[in-house]
Ligand binder design. Structure first.
Ligand code: SF4
Ligand code: SF4
Length: 369
């Protein structure tokens, strides 16, 4: 016997009860695929756990909350559900409702929220921004296109500086950076389920970046793009700009001296197919056909904060897949994915033979050649 306590809203509860536990979604989940086919990490199990909690069969616990935040909200599973259940939105909705009910996300995420409200950065003041800029950098006074590098590219300075170089040189745009004054875009708050705090943060952010008229914003991270849109600013990713204006085609193609190497490309999920083809054509390399579930959504960036061990297991699985495919070089477009994969490789250099490069440094190498 159990009591139906209906913890979640009718909308969430009905989505939870709609699931028929067929498991069709499990095969698409990168956590399942890259971590030994572990079903407990997949969407079906997650739905079962939160349905049981909603019905009062299971109690909400610290473990259940940590489990909820392991999901990378990548939405790959959404595409394979015969009932069109959007598991990623469901998981995000549960986070938001639990916060409204007074439950606290994992400690590291709650700490990050406080840091964002305090210093507008997700980590401590030691993670200074803009280290990738020349020491004497001063923004061009006439520039009105804001180059917003984002938190992850600041942890991978080679990516930020290459992207900035491309924006100025290839696009020929007058861009400027906020340097060490660049705040976090705040998307962490939204994907953590802090809906109200995110809205308040947007107001703060608007004040902070309005030091001059901004005609447009150029970003390299999809999370930053979502924020700029929420602020009502015109925004595009550098990659979109390069592809839309067909600048990729005008870049000098150069085959790498290791002609026989096999390259794989890890795009961002919003990259259009035709743009991905354009890039692949430009790279003129022997491409590995990577499976469609080969994804590291930027939503996993929150897992880096709260579920690092699970994420590391997933990265190990990715490295094994790259080894099985005999991939020599992996070109990564998303800053978080690049930072995580390259840092993991540095720690496991002997084991991981595949080289990792960010897309912009890869392009710069060809431009300068
Ligand atoms: S949203 Fe992504 S990480 Fe989360 S359950 Fe679905 S496939 Fe797995
Ligand atoms: S595919 Fe849809 S119905 Fe089947 S287990 Fe996954 S979420 Fe439930």
């Amino acid at each position: 016997m159990f009591w139906v306590i209906e913890m979640f809203s009718k909308e969430l509860a009905s989505l939870l009860s709609k699931c028929i536990s067929c498991g069709a979604c499990n095969d698409s989940c990168p956590l399942v695929r890259f971590i030994d086919g572990n079903e407990t990490l997949g969407p079906r199990a997650r739905i079962s756990v939160f349905r049981a909690i909603d019905m009062g069969i299971m109690r909400i616990s610290v473990d259940a909350i940590e489990y909820l935040y392991e999901c990378g909200l990548c939405s790959l599973c959404d595409r394979s559900c015969p009932l069109d259940i959007e598991v990623s939105k469901l998981m995000l909705g549960i986070r938001a409702e639990l916060i409204k009910l007074g439950y606290v996300p994992p400690y590291e995420i709650a700490k990050m929220r406080n840091s964002l409200l305090d210093i507008m950065q997700p980590w401590s003041r030691e993670h200074r921004k803009g280290k990738w800029l020349p020491p004497n950098y001063s923004p061009d006074k006439e520039a009105n296109i804001l180059f917003f590098s984002g938190c992850w590219a600041n942890r991978a300075p080679e990516m930020a500086s290459s992207a900035f170089f491309i924006a100025e040189t290839i696009l020929g745009e007058k861009v400027y950076s906020l340097g060490e004054n660049e705040p976090c875009c705040g998307q962490f708050l939204r994907i953590a389920g802090y809906e109200e705090t995110y809205k308040d943060y947007l107001v703060k952010l608007r004040e902070h970046i309005r030091d001059r008229e901004i005609a447009r914003v150029l970003v390299i991270c999809e999370l930053c793009k979502a924020t700029m849109r929420d602020l009502g600013l015109e925004v595009s990713t550098l990659l979109e700009e390069l592809c839309e204006k067909k600048l990729i085609k005008r870049l000098r193609k150069r085959r790498h001296k290791h002609k026989s190497r096999k390259v794989a490309f890890l795009p961002t999920c919003s990259l259009k197919r035709e743009h991905a083809s354009l890039l692949e054509e430009f790279m003129k390399e022997k491409f590995a056909e990577m499976p469609s579930w080969f994804c590291m959504s930027c939503g996993f960036s929150l897992s880096e904060i709260s579920s690092l061990k699970t994420l590391e297991r997933m990265v190990d699985g990715i490295f094994t897949a790259l080894k099985d495919e005999k991939v020599d070089l992996l070109v990564v477009a998303d800053p978080f994915s690049y930072w995580l994969l390259s840092e993991s490789r540095k720690r496991n250099k002997r084991k991981v033979k595949t080289e990792i490069v960010d897309l912009y440094s890869f392009l710069v190498e060809r431009i300068k050649a």
